[in-house]
Design a protein around this ligand. Structure first.
Ligand SMILES: [Fe+2]
Length: 383
């Protein structure tokens, strides 16, 4: 038996932000990032819509990329003062992830990060507030997932919070909010969404429910990501990428991921390569490696009239090139000496990463290291 957990309601389509008018509650706190949502007028718009619904609101802004433990603590203090019964994460995945963590501490003030990072350990939420997620980037799918990542810069570590409790109550997937993304963010986040599909589809916990979402999302990414790169103001295309990312999120939140993510987390943490960009570099070779243990990539290849896992790996590689992402970590600019110094540590951490457990092929440390090196040099994985 297995369960399929998604938000209670997902409003989607251009202009769906207006559904905020139908929300019931008294006081909302909007958690948002460093300024783009305010600059583009979406904070004012959100507050005006809430006002129409008879809901007062306050804004906690300035959540940084890779939100920190300190930011979560400050947000929690703000919540204590404002006493919201609705929490709204508005913006990129950092704002939404930070809001999810603040929500846990608001409900359980005595909690510690160590406690809430134990998978599925968070106690029932929604005693004080419900959660609405409104994303402005099309990649992580955090508006529908059961995860959030918080960074402890002092300790040099990331806290992954995984619990069905933090799956938002309502997601608003409005492509108009994504129109402000610069091309590089569009490329990186779009390839992140594709990597969620490619990993969830073959993950050990995949089900027909998660497969259906991943398959459709793969088609939507291939068709629409190049168009979104060419014309970021095309709202129809932005909406399709927003939907594709959300569908990929529903898929991987339930099926989990694999070693593209395990390995990418380490390259991101060590060398600062943006998450989706790094996934795009790893994806073709991880598909080749995993294809020795699963036939399912052939189903994805078949969507495009192709046959083999290698065909699908090449399609992903082609899209990477089309959206202007480097083929290798070397091309990205990582110094060979620093790479050699860090590869063993990255390998050890990738082996321990929670995503490794759901990968269809159980890797050895030596294999992970070889895949890393192939993705640095530009060599094709043939083992
Ligand atoms: Fe991802």
């Amino acid at each position: 038996m297995s369960s399929f957990i998604v938000p209670h309601i997902m409003h989607h389509g251009p202009g769906s932000l207006a559904q905020l008018k139908s929300i019931k509650g008294k006081k909302a706190v909007i958690v948002t990032g460093a300024g783009s949502m305010r600059r583009l007028g979406y904070i004012d718009k959100t507050q005006a819509l809430l006002k129409e619904a008879g809901i007062a609101s306050a804004v906690f802004d300035g959540v940084e990329a890779d939100p920190s433990v300190e930011t979560v603590r400050r947000g929690f203090e703000f919540f204590k003062q404002e006493k919201p019964d609705i929490i709204i994460g508005l913006g990129g995945c950092s704002a939404i992830d930070a809001a999810k963590a603040m929500w846990i501490f608001y409900e359980y003030p005595e909690s510690t990060f160590e406690e809430i990072c134990v998978p599925f350990a968070v106690k029932p939420l929604r005693n004080k507030a419900k959660f609405i997620a409104i994303p402005s980037t099309s990649g992580t799918g955090t508006e529908v997932t059961c995860c959030a990542v918080i960074t402890d810069r002092e300790a040099g570590t990331k806290y992954p919070i995984v619990t069905y409790e933090i799956c938002p109550d309502i997601a608003i997937v409005d492509g108009e909010l994504a129109a402000g993304m610069p091309a590089s963010v569009t490329a990186n986040t779009g390839m992140d969404a594709l990597s969620h599909d490619a990993e969830a589809f073959v993950a050990t916990l995949a089900t027909p429910y998660t497969d259906a979402l991943a398959k459709e999302s793969v088609l939507m990414v291939f068709e629409n990501l190049p168009k979104a790169m060419a014309d970021g103001k095309n709202i129809d295309v932005r909406q399709k990428m927003h939907d594709a990312s959300c569908m990929a999120g529903m898929s991987f939140s339930n099926a989990l991921l694999g070693i593209i993510h395990s390995m990418s987390h380490q390259v991101g943490g060590t060398f600062g390569v943006p998450h989706g960009r790094s996934n795009a570099i790893l994806m073709p070779n991880v598909i080749r490696y995993n294809s020795k243990a699963t036939k399912k990539y052939e189903i994805l290849a078949d969507l495009f009239g192709k046959k083999s896992a290698e065909d699908f790996a090449q399609l992903c590689d082609g899209l990477r090139q089309q959206v202007g992402i480097e083929k290798t970590y070397k091309e990205y600019g990582i110094d060979a000496k620093q790479w050699a110094e860090k590869i063993d540590q990255m390998t050890a951490h990738a082996m321990a990463d929670p995503c490794t457990g759901a990968n269809p092929r159980k890797p050895t440390a030596a294999e992970i290291k070889k895949i890393y090196q192939c993705c640095y040099d530009g060599t094709i994985v043939d083992f």
